[in-house]
Ligand binder design. Structure first.
Ligand SMILES: Cc1cc2nc3c(=O)[nH]c(=O)nc-3n(C[C@H](O)[C@H](O)[C@H](O)COP(=O)(O)OP(=O)(O)OC[C@H]3O[C@@H](n4cnc5c(N)ncnc54)[C@H](O)[C@@H]3O)c2cc1C
Length: 454
């Protein structure tokens, strides 16, 4: 029986949508199945009462997001739609905010580091600059750091570098535990994206890329795929009431979900999938009647709250500083990110209790929050970010060298890069692997004339 589709994609996050976009550009018939009623996955935004709320990802960077920028250019998204943030990131220490984290001048200003630690920061920067060529962000498994964890790497330097720089960055942006996640992907990523001065956000919400990709693709939302099976040349998606056949499937879902959906993966894929664990993430969006932000002598958009200072929060983000259109004029939008240690409790707690615990903790940094807060939204991600453990890093080379087959994978975890750029790169990679396997038949891959989006 001839398969219905050339390619069926599971998951309409940026990885799945990028894969579908590339495959459709190559003339294949592609359909994306998404269990949520909307596209975007962990890079979604919603609009409410004049506020634009980012439920997952917050920003991208001018540097280190090569595949994203190429895709945006192809989609015709102007640079103006991805403006520079322009405000600072600070770290909380000794009762106050120290701005300038991950800026070049931090070596001089300290950004919360003691004078002795600044010397070690200069050493760390010099060490990584000398080895820049050894850090390829497509191959974090090939760096001189091997499988050392972030905590082991940081132990070479003054304690402050762990406590007031690497732990707060890992904890807030990736939800990582520095004693579990490896340093190689972190250093590769920091070298690639460069100082915070180059960080940008999508003007209209972080879902811009997903929305633009989905326009012009056949995306079926609100449909859960329960199982994926395959023989030599056909993949089958088992949905509640139908089985969809395709010449290839791309599983663009977090690794633990992919492992559950497709239980007969080849050994090198199965091993990597089970090693690719995820950290959960939880954040609360606070819709404010005033534009409040953490107190600092410079405009801030992120206040990092290190573990040694705060047990509940990992950071506070002022979304209306990130971009003024995130909140109506004269109002504010704050995001409170939970520290990983509180997550097991919070993920089980009612939303009212989650809001209460996080806003109570945040009043240390934004004292008027209690009177300015109008409405709160909780966003919980059971698969928040790929952890990049030593086990995953150690197995990645074999996974990447595997042969092609009817079931391919996409997702940030494929690149061991906890960012949307990792997801975009993985989507393009999955598409190229599918195209390498499917024989091109004359006339078979004529561009599609019909487009549907649901
Ligand atoms: C709190 C947070 C903050 C972040 N901040 C940033 C940031 O500032 N910058 C940055 O670049 N990155 C950031 N990231 C990471 C970024 O959001 C992700 O790397 C990226 O969105 C992952 O995309 P993906 O397509 O791989 O996976 P996902 O977005 O998870 O997409 C997978 C999709 O598959 C669907 N799905 C799952 N199971 C099924 C099923 N059985 N059937 C059908 N569909 C299914 C899901 O609903 C989802 O839509 C952040 C992530 C989080 C959680």
């Amino acid at each position: 029986m001839t398969p219905e589709l050339d390619v069926a994609v599971v998951g309409a996050g940026v990885a799945g949508l990028t894969a579908a976009h590339e495959l459709r550009r190559a003339g294949l018939t592609v359909r994306v199945y998404e269990e949520q009623p909307h596209v975007g996955g962990r890079m979604r935004s919603f609009r409410h009462d004049g506020y634009t709320v980012d439920t997952g990802a917050e920003q991208i960077s001018s540097r280190g997001y090569r595949a994203t920028w190429e895709l945006l250019a192809r989609l015709g998204v102007p640079l103006d739609d991805v403006p520079r943030i322009g405000a600072s990131i600070a770290v909380r220490r000794g009762g106050r905010a120290h701005p300038g984290v991950a800026e070049r001048r931090a070596v001089l200003t300290g950004a919360g580091l003691s004078p002795r630690a600044r010397v070690d920061l200069a050493r760390l920067l010099a060490w990584s600059a000398r080895r820049r060529g050894a850090f390829d962000d497509d191959h974090p498994e090939r760096t001189p750091l091997g499988t050392a964890t972030v905590a082991e790497f940081a132990a070479r330097y003054h304690r402050d570098l762990h406590d007031y720089l690497l732990q707060p960055l890992c904890g807030s942006f990736f939800g990582w535990d520095t004693s579990r996640s490896t340093a190689a992907p972190l250093i590769s990523l920091l070298l690639a994206v460069g100082p915070t001065a180059g960080w940008r956000t999508y003007r209209d919400g972080m879902d811009l890329l997903a929305r633009r990709l989905a326009t012009g693709l056949d995306v079926v939302t609100g449909r859960t795929v329960h199982q994926v099976t395959a023989d030599l040349d056909t993949a089958r998606l088992h949905l509640e009431d139908e089985v969809v056949t395709a010449r290839a499937a791309v599983l663009a879902v977090p690794a633990p979900v992919a492992a559950r959906l497709h239980t007969t993966a080849a050994p090198e894929a199965a091993a990597y999938l089970s090693a690719c664990t995820f950290t959960p993430a939880l954040k609360v969006s606070c819709l404010l009647d005033r534009p409040l932000a953490p107190v600092c002598d410079r405009p801030l958009y992120v206040l990092l709250t290190p573990r040694v200072e705060d047990r509940v929060l990992s950071c506070v983000i002022a979304d209306h500083v990130k971009h003024p259109q995130r909140a109506p004029a004269g109002k504010g939008l704050l995001t409170l990110m939970a520290d990983a240690r509180t997550l097991p409790d919070l993920l089980r707690a009612p939303h009212s209790e989650v809001v209460d615990r996080l806003t109570t903790a945040a009043r240390r940094y934004v004292p008027e929050l209690g009177t300015a807060g109008r409405q709160y939204f909780v966003h919980a991600h059971s698969h928040g970010l790929p952890e990049a453990t030593a086990a995953a890093l150690g197995l990645r080379a074999r996974f990447m060298a595997r042969g092609t087959c009817p079931v391919e994978y996409a997702g940030d975890w494929v690149m061991l890069r906890p960012s949307s750029e990792g997801a975009v790169r993985s989507g393009a990679l999955a598409a190229s692997r599918v195209l390498a396997r499917l024989p091109r038949r004359a006339g078979r891959f004529a561009p599609q004339s019909q487009e549907t989006t649901s």
